[in-house]
Design a protein. Structure first.
Length: 137
């Protein structure tokens, strides 16, 4: 019975990590410079999920295997007045992150629904455990 709670918990942790990644993507959707001031835009991050728990060897549940960068090329934006416009291959253009806010918002809705489903599964497990204990006593 505790295994099903562990599965729901692993799903909650994975969805929280996904939400953190999407939040970081949205927060950096307009970041066009790296730490050194070069026109190297923020790259969208993706949380890659995998089955099981590598720490315990349990095949049940889910974990975040890695936080990967989206390797699609950055967007080009015509901004001749921008201070970095002359640093790209095309004069007057800057590179911007390849982040679509609408896609990220849809991802966040999906994450919220998955989180709610894991909460519901954990609650159902808790109810079954309480009922079982009442029957035993």
């Amino acid at each position: 019975m505790f295994g099903s709670l562990d599965i729901s918990t692993s799903g909650l942790v994975a969805q929280r990590t996904r939400a953190d990644v999407v939040s970081a993507n949205l927060a950096n959707a307009n970041t066009v410079e790296d730490a050194d001031g070069n026109n190297i835009p923020f790259r969208r991050r993706l949380a890659i999920l995998a089955p099981g728990d590598p720490a315990t060897g349990d095949p049940n549940g889910v974990h975040v295997r890695e936080i990967a960068q989206d390797m699609r090329p950055p967007k080009e934006k015509y901004a001749p007045d921008h201070p970095l416009a002359g640093t790209t291959a095309r004069p007057g253009y800057i590179y911007t992150p390849n982040i679509d806010p609408m896609t990220e918002q849809v991802n966040m809705l999906e994450i919220a629904r998955a989180y709610e489903a894991n909460i519901a599964a954990a609650e159902a497990t808790k109810t079954m455990m309480q009922t079982s204990l009442r029957l035993i006593a």
